[in-house]
Ligand binder design. Structure first.
Ligand code: NAD
Length: 481
């Protein structure tokens, strides 16, 4: 019989109160991997109650001990990284080699936030002799942490570090499409943290997720996912109380290439920026290539050649460079956009088809697609596909490059390749994005704030600001008697 992996509530491993489950199937083979509990409002209420009960004790725990627990989680992730990465490879469809990188990043981020523990400082404000005025940074209480399917293990580790170090307790909800690694990781949460400090619930967004968002006992919500879901969460949260909500949402990220750029580095950056190790299912995918008309033809051909050479394959295969889309809905969506691109009049230069290999026939594989002749107002250029589809648009001068780059509801990342410092800095200044690379794409840096503008979100993560965002400022006035 296929196992149902229990959730974690108040230190106990349990199934959903109503007994429902959701199948976890491999997107690369269709095999049933296990089942996850389909939690409902009762389960969520139990998890929030457990987190509330654990809060006073966790808040009172010395900050260095809280940081030590987070460091233990980093050690556990490092020790079990291979097992967990393989689980994600089967459950999520991304290649094992890329999921190993997620393990390394997760370990580094956990250690980074543990290291910031003593930097959560207040201020003293001069109010005159005989008085003392100071600020404290206090945790909210229970944090609801909702994460998406594209980096399951990474988000269920690095994204709980800051709230925990700040003294909050957590109810974590992974995506219903990729909960297995988090449920396995729950063994470590239960071993390392006092009961109720870290709780894991699973289930559908519209059920378990919604109940968490609407619960009046959760004052701080942090969400990573689609822009539409983020907007719904803001509205829903506001029905239940005044809540602090941070949002890391989608992107349609431009990469602009000037004729003076190092061509090899730019081709490399454009392909790497697509994050095809996650099949383009990445918020930061550089899915709009804006290339100068003078180099357009040869640049597009060079990118197409690189895409053609990519090894698409089973996620557990060491040689695989791009794997399977996470589920049938994503698969149909990507193929739908390939059809749409053609019908809008763009030219499919490369990919966009299912690979012919017999061993991939049972999975949601699509060869990375490159569309040329895209115009900025086409849906192909406007909508987040969250898949392996790259849209190319030519530009003539700086103003046009910037106009195309900013012609989007999203504003997560942007890249520019040029050796001209003036052009690079002007682009960095004027582009509407929260994170800009010059002569690079994709890389994140420990301590460098990541987040978007416009419909890409609000709040910054991966830095000191993320840690501070899990605290509220209290001001204290003292008159010496
Ligand atoms: P999604 O919005 O469908 O789901 C994300 C999470 O929210 C899941 O756990 C889901 O169950 C839950 N959820 C869904 N509906 C909900 C509701 N009504 N109430 C409460 N919770 C709900 O996102 P997805 O398809 O899993 O992930 C892809 C999206 O995530 C893309 O748009 C991508 O750009 C974005 N993303 C952003 C970042 C970033 O840092 N900006 C990082 C990764 C992914």
């Amino acid at each position: 019989m296929t196992e149902t992996h229990p959730v974690l509530i108040g230190g106990e491993r349990r199934l959903a109160a109503a007994g429902g489950t959701i199948d976890a199937t491999s997107p690369s083979t269709g095999a049933l991997l296990g089942r996850i509990p389909r939690c409902g409002a009762d389960d969520v209420a139990a998890a929030v109650d457990a987190a509330r009960a654990a809060f006073p004790g966790w808040r009172a725990t010395d900050v260095t001990e809280r940081a030590a627990c987070v460091l233990r989680l980093a050690d556990a992730l490092a020790a079990r990284g291979e097992e967990l990465a393989l689980l994600d490879a089967h459950d999520n469809g991304s290649p094992i080699r890329d999921l190993r990188i997620d393990v390394r990043i997760g370990v580094a981020e956990l250690r980074y936030f543990a290291g910031l523990a003593l930097q959560q400082r207040g201020e003293t404000i001069p109010t005159g002799h005989g008085r003392l005025n100071y600020t404290l940074r206090e945790p909210f209480g229970v944090v609801g942490r909702l994460v998406p399917f594209n980096h399951p293990l990474l988000f269920s580790t690095m994204k709980i570090a800051a709230p925990l170090v700040a003294g909050n307790t957590i109810v974590l909800k992974p995506s219903e499409h990729t909960s297995l690694s988090t449920l396995t990781l729950a063994e470590e949460f239960a071993r390392i943290f006092p009961p109720g400090v870290v709780n894991v619930i699973t289930g559908y967004g519209a059920e378990a997720g919604d109940a968490l968002v609407a619960h009046p006992g959760v004052r701080r919500l942090a969400f990573i996912g689609q822009a539409e879901t983020g907007m719904r969460i803001q509205a829903r949260a506001a029905e239940a109380g005044v809540k602090t909500v941070t949002l890391e949402l989608g992107g349609k990220n431009p990469v602009v290439v000037y004729p003076d750029a190092d061509m090899d580095a730019a081709v490399d950056g454009v392909v790497r920026g697509m994050n095809l190790g996650f099949q383009g299912q990445s918020c930061g995918s550089t899915s709009r290539l804006i290339v100068h008309e003078r180099i357009h033809d040869r640049f597009v051909e060079a990118v197409a050649e690189r895409l053609r050479a990519l090894r698409i394959g089973l996620p557990e295969d060491e040689a695989t460079q791009t794997g399977a889309l996470v589920n049938e809905a994503q698969f149909r969506k990507v193929l739908g956009y390939v059809d749409l691109g053609r019908s809008e009049g763009a030219r499919l230069v490369e990919g966009g088809t299912r690979p012919g290999d017999a061993e991939l026939a049972g999975g949601f594989f699509v060869r990375p697609a490159l569309f040329d002749g895209v115009s900025p107002r086409m849906r192909l250029a406007q909508e987040e596909i969250f898949g392996p589809v790259l849209a190319v648009m030519p530009f003539r001068d700086d103003a046009e490059a910037l106009r195309i780059a900013n012609d989007s509801r999203f504003g997560l990342t942007a890249s520019v390749y040029t050796r001209d410092l003036g052009i690079a800095h002007a682009f960095a200044r004027d582009v509407e994005a929260g994170f800009v690379w010059v002569n690079d794409t994709g890389r994140h840096f420990l301590g460098a704030p990541f987040g978007g503008v416009k419909d890409s979100g609000l709040g910054r993560e991966e830095d000191m600001e993320e840690l501070a965002s899990y605290t509220q400022v209290k001001n204290v006035n003292v008159v010496f008697a």
